[in-house]
Design a protein around this ligand. Structure first.
Ligand SMILES: [Fe+2]
Ligand SMILES: [Fe+2]
Length: 175
């Protein structure tokens, strides 16, 4: 049985592992651009994909403990690239219409321009919006990212709404 220092070591190893992959994708491609686009609330797309990759890796750790094999490199890279659409989806440009439905395909196209992707990474990117896009993931890594993405999106949206309500209350008190 693992003690609390073992759990903390595993968590910090996972954070470092995700950072190494993110740095490589920034150096080799355009992941750095995602730092300047907002995803949910006040979170950048970069912060969002990092959170999704971290949560996916921690789900993968749990799977490994019960004997389920996971392609860890594809899982983390796919999670980091799942929203690689590289534009501000809040911008009312007609090209960004139906963002929710179209962005997995745009992300796949952009990621393919910059990287050699595994089949698993492609699956993660193109199916992460299931069930909004009614094509389910076909590998377990893509299921993990699909679930982690929803958990992170809900957390970021709720946190963003709470913080804007709190700052509204604070502003109201000051005036
Ligand atoms: Fe997405
Ligand atoms: Fe996402």
């Amino acid at each position: 049985m693992r003690n609390s220092s073992g759990v903390a070591r595993e968590a910090s190893d996972t954070i470092e592992e995700v950072r190494v992959h993110a740095r490589a994708l920034e150096d080799e491609g355009r992941l750095g651009l995602t730092r300047s686009f907002i995803q949910h609330g006040s979170e950048s797309v970069y912060a969002h994909v990092l959170s999704v990759a971290l949560l996916s890796a921690s789900i993968a750790d749990r799977c490994r403990r019960i004997g389920i094999r996971i392609d860890r490199s594809s899982l983390i890279r796919g999670a980091l690239l799942h929203d690689y659409f590289l534009y501000d989806w809040h911008d009312p440009d007609p090209d960004h219409r139906l963002h929710g439905f179209r962005h997995p395909y745009i992300a796949l196209e952009r990621a393919t321009e910059d990287f050699d992707l595994t089949d698993c990474e492609r699956d993660i990117i193109v199916h992460h919006m299931f069930p909004l896009v009614p094509l389910p993931p076909t590998c377990r890594e893509a299921w993990i990212v699909c679930i982690a993405d929803k958990c992170c999106a809900i957390r970021e949206t709720v946190a963003g709404r709470l913080s804007s309500r709190v700052s509204g209350v604070i502003r109201g008190r000051r005036t």
